[in-house]
Design a protein around this ligand. Structure first.
Ligand code: BGC
Length: 356
């Protein structure tokens, strides 16, 4: 989710197909790693597992597509840059020692900016500087992964992190088992791409991708205005696109893409996203009416108690929330620009705990 900017990068109404079929060249996933030792080391003809061999397990082979992209990302990440456009001040001094506090790195990939920081998982506080670099254009996987790698290297100088501290990446796409399955506002190179595997290879840490709105929603429900809110709650993020996260009694229903529900024959986010207001040069009043239409359509289908509105535009909540006519309560998000980072870090730690 891009919360800092409302500028769209692609001006297309099309939402690429979500293809649930196997990706042709996505290579191994966590649960279907090829047998690195080759024939003879897998189950035998009777299906009995072969006893484990000694020595460290070599990393799983990568598909040609992932191998090519990760090699390119590593090369780009190693390049010395005069100025990477990072908004964080220069870091001086030694790294902060978290003294046993559980930490993860959170990354929020948006249409115009990528943000990252180390997060204290118990309090939701950022414990490193908050980095923000412009999203590479085009936002192809190798370039984006390289930008993330560079930011993480800086964070590793600022905070003492254990080598297995995971990285959570909030990404503006449907994410299933670490594979990005849509690419509405990012480069089509992300379609059906095993992003977890590629990033793990380059970053050298466990990585878990999650939809950006889901990440922001998780953070708001845990540390923000959603704390203790039961029933049906939506977090709607308004940025380059419109993201949606649905919670029932605090439980997330992931990958709900209500930005792409059809209103007036087109993707609803084409009118309700924050970028739609600036792109179309609309007044707050005119845009509020478009947003209202989208929220009313959601309300008709889900009857939520509460809409939490996130994204950079939520700091101008007074300009549009009073104009909305939905029956549900509507409040701005509390964590604003940090929600995506915090939620991604939390989601990664949770996935790592449950699946490893
Ligand atoms: C994407 C969603 C994302 C939202 C906000 C939409 O275009 O399809 O996955 O959550 O933008 O970034």
């Amino acid at each position: 989710m891009d919360t800092d900017s409302e500028t769209p990068r692609h001006d297309t109404d099309e939402w690429p197909h979500v293809d649930d079929g196997p990706a042709p060249d996505d290579g191994p996933r966590r649960d279907d790693h090829p047998n690195p030792a080759g024939p003879g080391d897998g189950p035998d003809a009777d299906g009995d597992p072969t006893p484990p061999s000694d020595g460290p397990t070599p990393p799983p082979e990568l598909s040609p597509r992932i191998a090519e992209i990760t090699a390119k990302a590593e090369k780009l990440a190693a390049k010395k840059l005069q100025d990477d456009g990072d908004k964080a001040p220069d870091f001086t001094g030694g790294p902060i020692d978290p003294r046993g506090r559980p930490l993860a790195i959170g990354v929020d990939v948006g249409g115009s900016g990528i943000k990252a920081a180390a997060v204290d998982l118990t309090t939701g506080e950022l414990v490193s500087l908050r980095h923000r670099v412009p999203t590479p254009q085009p936002s192809a996987p190798a370039a984006v992964i390289a930008s993330i790698a560079r930011m993480i290297r800086k964070i590793e100088r600022e905070v003492v992190l254990s080598p297995d501290a995971p990285v959570g990446v909030g990404f503006p796409a449907v994410v299933i088992d670490g594979v990005t399955k849509s690419a509405a506002n990012v480069d089509p190179g992300w379609l059906d791409f095993d992003s977890d595997a590629a990033m793990e290879r380059v970053l050298g840490r466990p990585v878990h991708l999650v939809n950006d709105a889901d990440a922001a929603g998780v953070a708001e429900m845990r540390f923000g205005v959603g704390v203790g809110r039961m029933g049906t709650v939506f977090l709607i993020t308004l940025g380059t696109g419109t993201g949606s996260a649905l919670f029932y009694n605090g439980m997330l229903v992931p990958n709900l893409e209500l930005g792409h529900m059809e209103i007036r024959g087109r993707d609803a986010e084409r009118r309700s996203a924050a970028a739609a207001r600036t792109r179309r040069g609309l007044s707050w009043k005119a845009w509020s009416a478009d947003l209202d239409e989208h929220l009313l359509a959601i309300e008709r289908l889900f009857s939520p108690q509460l809409f939490i509105i996130g994204g950079g535009v939520s700091k101008r909540a007074d300009q549009f929330i009073p104009r909305l006519t939905v029956r549900a309560e509507v409040i701005p998000a509390a964590l604003r620009n940090d929600a995506g980072i915090v939620g991604a870090a939390m989601a990664a730690a949770e996935t790592e705990r449950t699946t490893g």
